[in-house]
Design a protein around this ligand. Structure first.
Ligand SMILES: *Cc1c(COP(=O)(O)O)cnc(C)c1O
Length: 396
């Protein structure tokens, strides 16, 4: 049987009606800039920050222009300077090393495991090489957060969490993004909330978030924030912190607030699809599924699996066969960067050292998106096609 899947892997759900209505209201009154508020009005951006702080349990929150901007701002806010090394996972998305490079700092890559999370042994070995770890929960896989914080604390490493794929996820009941000094999120279309572009950052550290607020371009209007520390924290900082504009606007915030209210339901919907695909592929000869620790409650907005130690020609054959049947897979072993890149050795500006364990993982790693426009039946169809094509492409 050679049925085809005709779903679209990049088609997200429509923006909910109440979010469209809220955005229309902002357009009708015209006050799109976050500090352009009428007397007594809070503003959509300030309200979003307050709601996201509440959602994560953080004391403070700042909304910004993108996830990548949030990461760069977080690095600046904890004092990373040009030339400083910053540890980060070798398996992550291009904006992560890009944020490090954007401030003139130097990414130092740490190996990843078969669980697609940072290799804690390699991290421990490299912990004395930097002051900061930018920990990326790539594709929603969460490492042992207890252990990573132990390693970081012992080495005096400040942890910044890249939660682009873990908004709504938890580790032992604690929201992802709440373990490090700062948690950074993206609200770009392919993430868990969709405002086209956008980012959020959270922290419990008053001075760190005050620096981030000033950096983001608050001028001297920081008192209009609702999830920020008291004005006196800004007193000394405001003279020494440059304005590097990257604010969120009220139109995007209006789109995001109703989506945030729905996020817990969306998390369940994603996890149901992930679980379906996982169950359908379990036991397929040659396929290694990604182990996820008990303590993690991830958000299954994408799905990965490994065809470990397959030769490149077999991988290429498999990807092409799936594509011919409508199943778009991203293979991280491709020699040339294609679309959204995630291979550390393609980031030559960072002069990466070879990482043999990571190379083995990336050479066998396949990835597909699970937009919520897919039904559980769609997941069955995708799984059937993957099973059949793994069988057909398997090397002898
Ligand atoms: C999308 C993404 C980012 C950056 O988000 P943008 O809002 O696109 O700048 C950072 N890290 C990871 C892992 C991502 O997937």
């Amino acid at each position: 049987m050679t049925d085809r899947f005709d779903g679209n892997f990049t088609q997200q759900e429509p923006i909910p009606d109440e979010a469209i209505a809220a955005a229309l209201e902002v357009m009708q009154h015209g006050r799109l800039h976050r500090y352009n508020t009428a007397a007594g009005e809070a503003g959509e951006t300030a309200l979003l920050e307050q709601e996201f702080a509440r959602f994560t349990g953080a004391k403070y929150c700042l909304a910004v222009a993108s996830g990548g901007y949030a990461l760069a701002t977080a690095l600046r806010a904890v004092g990373v300077k040009p030339g400083d090394p910053v540890l980060t996972n070798a398996f992550t998305l291009a904006p992560v090393p890009g944020a490090i490079a954007s401030i003139g700092a130097k990414p130092v890559f740490v190996e990843v495991t078969e669980a697609l999370t940072i290799d804690l042994e390699d991290l421990a070995a490299k912990a004395d090489q930097a002051r900061v770890l930018l920990l990326s929960h790539m594709r929603g896989h969460i490492c042992d957060m207890d252990r990573v914080m132990e390693i970081a604390d012992a080495a005096g490493l400040i942890v910044i969490e890249d939660c682009a794929h873990t908004m709504g996820a938890e580790w032992r009941g604690v929201p992802s993004g709440r373990h490090g000094r700062i948690g950074c999120y993206s609200t770009q279309t392919y993430k868990h909330l969709n405002s086209g572009e956008g980012g959020l950052m959270i922290s419990d550290d008053a001075e760190t978030i005050a620096r981030a607020i000033l950096l983001s371009g608050s001028y001297m209007l920081y008192e209009r924030h609702l999830a920020s520390p008291p004005a006196e924290i800004f007193e000394a900082l405001r003279y020494e912190t440059p304005n590097i504009s990257g604010r969120m606007d009220n139109l995007r915030a209006a789109l995001l607030r109703p989506q945030l209210a729905r996020l817990p339901r969306q998390v369940c919907a994603w996890n149901a699809r992930y679980a379906r695909l996982e169950a359908e592929l379990d036991g397929t000869d040659g396929v290694t599924l990604i182990a996820r620790p008990e303590a993690a409650l991830p958000v299954g907005s994408s799905f990965q699996f490994l065809l470990l130690d397959w030769p490149a020609v077999a991988m290429e054959r498999f990807v092409a066969a799936c594509s011919a049947r409508g199943v778009d897979l991203k293979w991280f072993g491709a020699a040339q960067p294609i679309a959204f890149t995630s291979r550390y050795d393609h980031w030559r500006y960072a002069a990466p050292e070879p990482l043999p364990r990571t190379d083995r993982i990336l050479a066998g790693l396949l990835d597909l998106r699970l937009p919520l426009t897919f039904s559980l039946d769609d997941c069955d169809t995708i799984a059937r096609i993957l099973r059949e094509e793994v069988g057909a492409a398997r090397p002898d």
